[in-house]
Design a protein around this ligand. Structure first.
Ligand SMILES: Nc1ncnc2c1ncn2[C@@H]1O[C@H](COP(=O)(O)OP(=O)(O)OP(=O)(O)O)[C@@H](O)[C@H]1O
Ligand SMILES: [Mg+2]
Length: 353
């Protein structure tokens, strides 16, 4: 296995910068999610690590070694493409064997390795089928088996679960994690599904327009986003804008909000803060007692029921604030109710816009 380090990587297509000075360390044996909207450069980055494309500037090291002059087949990388790219006219077993046959390994060695890979992805008995005789999830497993059978140092997965329906997707997330742990392989996983990134990975890197916006362990980014983009792309957030004060922010109507962390600015400068909807407590205005912490008053404009939780939209001063409440059977608040919102300074992060 090996760590992957990319440093100051840039790649342009014509005038368009698909990657702009991106530096990331992908730890040895780790599961790293690259997250970003469509066109942010995720596939471009994977293709360069694999060796299908080359940077205009910057370096890529795998296991400490520069790979500039190492061709695709010598990089020892397994890749699952955005479309699985299985060979339709070959059996499942032959699809998986392909990389080994190209290397010229013996028939018996290949047969053993293919069977191991099939067992690992729990398709032991389906080796003779053709791809069109498989379900979407099974095809995905074949693509994965084909990538790992060559015993790569690094596994690159480009939205491998994108084509699957929700239930199958969750099954495959668990399966993929199991396989990754079992073989302990450095994995770089591209997704634009934030929940998938949060639940599966040890680290997340968020890309936007070819730039790395923020990276780190999922909880760090979720709890301490540095920008509005990071706050709203990974999870949901209320963004409040105003002027910086000594300990937080003053909203346009004069309300002071204390912030526990984030990007401090000189008093008076324009600043924003992010508050997660689940960190806010909501109560009917009449019954609300005095308590410390940040406080805003408003009126419920809408409630959206989602089974185990509900989201309240609370209007104040032309703004709408989202509050996520677990449906525990407690009395629900009616639309039109006057409410008090309360949350702690620790749940308030100052961000740059
Ligand atoms: N070969 C190419 N020629 C010209 N432009 C390209 C080429 N490959 C990628 N691009 C452009 O570079 C940008 C980044 O593309 P990339 O495929 O890396 O995005 P992505 O983050 O993988 O998006 P998606 O989530 O839609 O797969 C896009 O604007 C894309 O149009
Ligand atoms: Mg892509």
């Amino acid at each position: 296995m090996a760590e992957v380090q990319v440093e100051k990587l840039s790649r342009s297509f014509g005038a368009h910068k698909a990657l702009d000075n991106v530096s990331i360390d992908f730890p040895d044996g780790g599961f790293y999610a690259l997250l970003g909207p469509s066109g942010s450069g995720k596939t471009t980055l994977l293709r360069m690590i694999a060796g299908f494309d080359f940077p205009d500037a910057g370096s890529i090291r795998i296991g400490g070694e520069g790979v500039e002059r190492v061709p695709v087949e010598k990089r020892r990388i397994g890749m699952v493409f955005q479309s699985y790219a299985l060979f339709p006219n070959m059996s499942v077993a032959d699809n998986i064997a392909f990389g080994l046959s190209v290397r010229g390994e013996s028939k018996s060695e290949i047969a053993g390795a293919v069977q191991n890979a099939l067992d690992l992805v729990q398709l032991g008995k389906l080796g003779e089928r053709r791809p069109h005789q498989l379900s979407g999830g099974q095809r995905q497993r074949v693509a994965l088996a084909r990538a790992i059978v060559i015993k790569p140092r690094v596994l690159l997965l480009d939205e491998p679960l994108g084509a699957l329906d929700k239930a199958l997707r969750v099954d495959m997330q668990i399966e993929l994690k199991r396989i990754q742990r079992e073989i302990g392989i450095t994995t770089i996983f591209v997704t634009h599904d934030q929940e998938e990134a949060l639940t599966m990975s040890d680290r997340i890197g968020i890309l936007r327009d070819g730039r790395l916006v923020q990276e780190g362990p999922p909880e760090d980014i979720y709890d301490s986003p540095r920008s509005e983009f990071a706050a709203t792309f990974l999870g949901d957030a209320n963004i409040l804008r105003g002027d910086a004060t000594e300990d937080g922010i003053r909203l346009p109507d004069g309300t002071a909000i204390a912030a526990g962390s984030g990007v401090r600015k000189v008093a008076g400068a324009k600043v924003s803060c992010a508050v997660r909807p689940e960190r806010i407590q909501i109560a009917e205005a009449a019954g609300a007692d005095q308590a410390s912490g940040n406080l805003l008053r408003g009126r419920v404009s809408k409630r959206i029921f989602a089974g185990n939780s509900s989201t309240y939209f609370v209007d104040r001063d032309g703004e709408s604030i989202k509050v996520l409440v677990q449906n525990s059977g407690a009395e629900k608040l009616a639309e039109g109710a006057n409410v008090v919102l309360r949350w702690s300074p620790e749940s308030t992060v100052l961000i740059s816009s």
